[in-house]
Design a protein around this ligand. Structure first.
Ligand SMILES: Nc1nc2c(ncn2[C@@H]2O[C@H](COP(=O)(O)OP(=O)(O)OP(=O)(O)O)[C@@H](O)[C@H]2O)c(=O)[nH]1
Ligand SMILES: [Zn+2]
Length: 201
């Protein structure tokens, strides 16, 4: 599969295959998959992965097809959108908040605010790295809304850095991706301060 998002997958998740794999993992760590507490686990994990990777089967183009003719050509910003994603290196969660801004253009389109939050979920619900999540959201805005500018900032904690490995709970990673007019330093600074103003440290 390409690193960059391809078309949405049409085949459903192969739940029995995940179940078999989870059973193998349990056996490999020395557990008994037949014991009472673990009996339903492979099936539960399969459903949990299906949910965690829903975004592989969702289409950003379809989501962004609801648009309005509002005639607003100033910054639109939705901030503090919570998300949960899955680190593609360790298959453990990373989670936090996304801030999404864009400047509509006369030749472009304005979409519903909820669609910006849904767009984050479409890309978060895939095996991901934070940088790629950030650029995929901003590039989808550019592709589907043809805005004057677009900017996405993602703040997240990675459980692969908190609960294991380097063990640094509380460390937060901030990534940003900026396109078009929002690359102008003054506009970018304004958007960034609106995105991060008053956030708890
Ligand atoms: N750039 C980037 N790195 C990430 C992200 N999520 C996890 N990582 C890093 O991916 C790296 C994988 O490193 P490896 O050395 O292959 O794996 P590892 O031995 O498990 O590394 P440690 O996590 O340091 O124990 C780690 O440094 C993680 O912190 C992400 O979203 N973006
Ligand atoms: Zn990781």
């Amino acid at each position: 599969m390409p690193e960059h998002p391809g078309p949405p997958l049409t085949e459903p998740v192969d739940l029995p295959r995940i179940e078999a794999a989870v059973r193998e993992i349990l056996l490999a760590v020395g557990e008994d998959p037949e014991r009472e507490g673990l009996k339903g686990t492979p099936a539960r994990v399969a459903r949990a992965y299906e949910e965690a990777f829903l975004g592989l089967r969702e289409d950003p183009a379809e989501l962004m097809s609801t648009t309005f003719d509002i005639g607003h050509e100033e910054l639109v910003l939705v901030r503090d959108v919570p998300f949960y994603s899955t680190c593609e290196h360790h298959l453990v969660p990373f989670f936090g908040h996304a801030h999404i801004g864009y400047i509509p253009s006369p030749e472009g389109r304005v979409t519903g605010l909820s669609k910006l939050a849904r767009l984050v979920d479409i890309f978060a619900k895939r095996p991901q790295v934070q940088e790629q999540l950030t650029t995929q959201v901003v590039d989808a805005l550019v592709q589907h809304l043809t805005p004057g500018g677009a900017m996405v900032v993602v703040e997240a904690e990675h459980l692969c850095m908190s609960m294991r490995g380097v063990s640094k709970p509380g460390a937060r990673t901030i990534t940003s991706a900026v396109r078009g007019q929002l690359r102008d330093p003054a506009t970018r600074a304004e958007a960034m301060s609106l995105m991060l103003h008053g956030r708890p440290r």
